[in-house]
Each structure stands twice: as C-alpha cells, then as structure tokens.
Design a protein around this ligand. Structure first.
Ligand SMILES: [Mg+2]
Length: 244
C-alpha cells in the first residue's frame, strides 16, 4: 500500500451510536421550545400558540421536507432547514417576525446542546490519540452536530460539515476539502465510515482506502475497501495493511 498519511472519519454510527441521541434531541428541543415559549407568553399576558408536541412536530417535519425540495442545494444543511421551518411555523402560528426569529434560534441552540451529548465508543479516545501520532486526522460528517462542541473535537484538527458546504456525502467535495486541508493525495488517505453509499463508495471512487464499519455485510468488496465490525478493530487492520 502507498504510505498512508491521513485518516478521515465519519462521526455518527462510526465513533458513537447515534440513534438514541438523535431521537432524544429531536423531541427534546421541540418540547423545550413549546415550554419556554408558553412561559414567555404567559409572562407577557399574550395568548398562547395553538401548537402541541405531536401535531407541531409533524408540521415541523413536513415544513423541513418542503424546504429541502424547494431549496435542493440546502438539502443537506439540516441546521438551516430546521431554523427556517421553525421560523415559518412560529410566524404562521401568530408570533410576530422578530419573536419568531428569536425563538427559532433559541430552539436551535437547545437542539445543538442536546445533539452534542453523544457518548463516543469507549475505545475512541485512545484510538484517536494513538492514530494522531502516526497520521493526520479529519472528521467528515453529514450530520448537523456542532463540530467544535462534539466530545471528540480536540482529536480532529480538520473537521468538515458536509451539509454546510452544501455538498453532503456522497458528493466528493467534502472529501476533497478534507484532503486539501490535510495536504495529502487521495492515495495517501483512508476514510472510515458506516455508510456504504455515503462513506465507502465515494472515498473509494476518489482513490482513497476505505474502511466500512458494518457488523454484518457479505457484499463483495471492491479494491481498497476493507470491512470491520467496530472501530476497535482498526489498529489491527492498519497494522496488517502497512505490513502488506
Ligand atoms: Mg455515519
């Protein structure tokens, strides 16, 4: 193998399990918004909005989907979609424009506070610390987690929010941006991620090595692609690749 100089990592479901965090964040920030808003309105003597957790959430989701269709270039920029959807919903429910903007922003602040409460796999810190001694590291995510506030942020001198580049994976742009910042050629880099379509295929297509994190999977692996069940298996795989 060409000498490997850099490793890029997907985050969600690669360095931590994301499922429960996302559900909790989704429900949590909206419930917070309704509670905080109703306290604020009662304090001002205003009539409360006719939004409840269930129908309000469904409407919020439908608005995000409509916005993503109407602004396809923003389809991966989930923070923007959420913010615009909340602003619209609050304004149409009766808040004036400046209050709608303020409360949508406050709800997104709560969203990001909950979203970074991910628990990395117990092996992650030691793994990244050891890898950093041998390779340059980067994170590339489609998720709208705050890249400077996530718990492994200190391990990634380069961190790419693909949605904010308006080019979510599998678009090659976030990979090429990371490689440029790491100052390596694709052949000198490896990408590690759980998604076959968004991580493995685009990285491999650019000429990078790719490691697919998948507990099960019996599909044939193209050139430069390896599968491991968990990131804890990565050091042994790297040793094996470097010895070849
Ligand atoms: Mg992932």
């Amino acid at each position: 193998m060409t000498l490997l100089k850099a490793i890029t990592f997907d985050l969600d479901d690669t360095l931590w399990d994301n499922h429960g965090v996302m559900r909790h964040t989704e429900e949590g920030h909206y419930a917070w918004l309704l509670d905080a808003l109703s306290v604020w309105q009662r304090g001002r003597g205003d009539a409360e909005l006719a939004l409840d957790a269930e129908t309000g959430m469904a409407d919020y989701l439908a608005r995000r989907q409509r916005l993503a269709k109407a602004h396809t270039e923003r389809r991966g920029d989930f923070t923007w979609l959420r913010l615009r959807a909340l602003e619209e919903q609050l304004e149409e429910s009766g808040l004036n424009r400046s209050a709608a903007l303020m409360w949508a922003a406050a709800a997104m602040n709560e969203f990001h506070r909950l979203r970074v409460r991910v628990t990395p796999h117990p092996e992650a810190v030691e793994l990244l610390t050891e890898l950093a001694a041998r390779y340059r590291l980067a994170a590339i995510t489609n998720g709208n987690i705050h890249l400077k506030r996530q718990p492994l942020a200190a391990h990634f001198p380069v961190a790419i929010a693909a949605g904010e580049l308006l080019a979510p994976k599998p678009d090659p742009k976030p990979f090429l941006t990371a490689l440029a910042e790491l100052e390596v050629a694709p052949e000198q880099a490896m990408h590690v991620g759980d998604s076959w379509d968004e991580d493995v295929i685009p990285a491999q297509g650019l000429g990078m090595q790719a490691v697919w994190i998948a507990a099960e999977g019996d599909r044939p692996l193209p050139a430069r692609v390896q599968r491991i069940a968990h990131i804890r298996e990565l050091p042994a795989l790297l040793d094996w690749l470097e010895r070849r």
